[in-house]
Design a protein around this ligand. Structure first.
Ligand code: 5AD
Length: 338
């Protein structure tokens, strides 16, 4: 058992990852989580980084079968923030003390390259902050232009490393193209984030093991993995949710196998497991929390999966609650953009 943990850390292989995804020995799981916490402390320290998210548009040209924002969901009230409004929102967030801003949206084709460059430049002028973009698949030239305009990081989850499953869940999309985007982003110099949904209908534990090995091969800097949450207004509305327990195992395995990587305590985990999940995640490898600071009037419309809003609070109270939590874990929230 100790050998397996050491091997995971030194040279992770599929069989050992699979073993920890499946063991029902409670003692072994506790050792896995304790080791993940040790690796977290040694490689990324006690800082808990806050990344403030602005969900600036829920229009999407894609028809992903798990996602509530799919173009095929005609029940969604769509919204799109204007570039100036996005920048003003970012300014307010900076004034609240956040030093990383994440801009996330559906794949909304109506923003031009100039819009994206304007948004990027203006936000970077606000102050000493890191800017993360998460607006989907673009060409390498476009990615390069964002980078040259000052963007620091890009999030693009590969969702699953199984090409057939990927094709089935994301009609008209190809895993190979997704991976090529991630490689292009790395080449350009972005800090790159990927991730998967845990417990997708049709996903096997073997394919989750492959996902973890793929994160390693790509050399990603951030990995967000949360449970799949079935959304009634999608074709997967009747499917079972992903497991909270399995999601924790994936988190801990990512920390051990990837070491120096940013791992968020995901919102999807709190959605299914309740508020306690955030603390547990921070004790099992996570070092990032991503509060949602989308303006109140839009937030409920960014309905990727049900009850997402319930667990997302970007208010001052939430900030205080987080400070209390982080302090009680003998950790701290830094005030630099790192
Ligand atoms: N359940 C959980 N996560 C989801 N995402 C999309 N739909 C769902 C769902 N039903 C995740 C995807 C995407 C991110 C923005 O939200 O991983 O990359």
């Amino acid at each position: 058992m100790k050998n397996r943990l050491d091997r995971l850390f030194i040279d992770p292989n599929r069989e050992d990852i699979l073993y920890f995804l499946e063991t029902d020995d409670v003692g072994e799981l506790e050792m896995l989580y304790a080791f993940a916490d040790e690796v977290r402390k040694q490689f990324v320290g006690d800082a808990v980084h806050l990344r403030a998210i602005i969900e600036f548009s829920n229009y999407c040209r894609r028809g992903c079968r798990y996602c509530g924002l799919s173009k095929d969901n005609l029940q969604v009230t769509r919204y799109r923030m204007k570039p100036e409004e996005i920048v003003a929102t970012a300014r307010g967030i900076y004034q609240k003390g956040y030093r990383t801003i994440v801009l996330q949206s559906g794949e909304d084709s109506s923003y031009t390259l100039d819009d994206y460059l304007y948004i990027t430049r203006e936000i970077k002028k606000i102050g000493d902050l890191a800017l993360t973009l998460a607006w989907g698949e673009k060409t390498e030239e476009e990615y390069r232009a964002y980078y040259e305009a000052g963007a620091d990081r890009f999030l693009l989850k590969h969702e699953t490393s199984n090409p057939e499953l990927y094709r089935r869940l994301n009609p008209g999309m190809e895993l190979a193209e997704r991976i090529e985007c991630l490689r292009a982003l790395k080449r350009i110099g972005f800090q790159v984030g990927s991730g998967i949904m845990v417990g997708l209908p049709g996903q096997t534990n073997g394919s989750i093991a492959d996902d973890i090995l793929l994160f390693r091969e790509l050399g990603v800097d951030m990995v967000g993995c949360g449970p799949f949450v079935s959304h009634p207004q999608t074709p997967l509305g009747e499917a079972d949710n992903g497991g909270v327990d399995l999601s924790f195992r994936v988190l801990a395995l990512n920390r051990i196998a990837l070491r120096h990587v940013h791992l968020p305590a995901t919102t999807a985990l709190s959605t299914l497991g309740g508020g306690e999940m955030r603390r547990l995640a921070l004790e099992r490898g996570a070092n990032v929390v991503m509060p949602n600071l989308t303006p109140e009037n839009y937030r409920r419309l960014y309905d990727i999966y049900p009850n997402k809003k319930r667990t997302e609070v970007g208010s001052t109270d939430f900030r205080e609650e987080l400070e209390t939590l982080v302090t009680s874990l003998n950790r701290f929230i830094p005030d630099t953009p790192y």
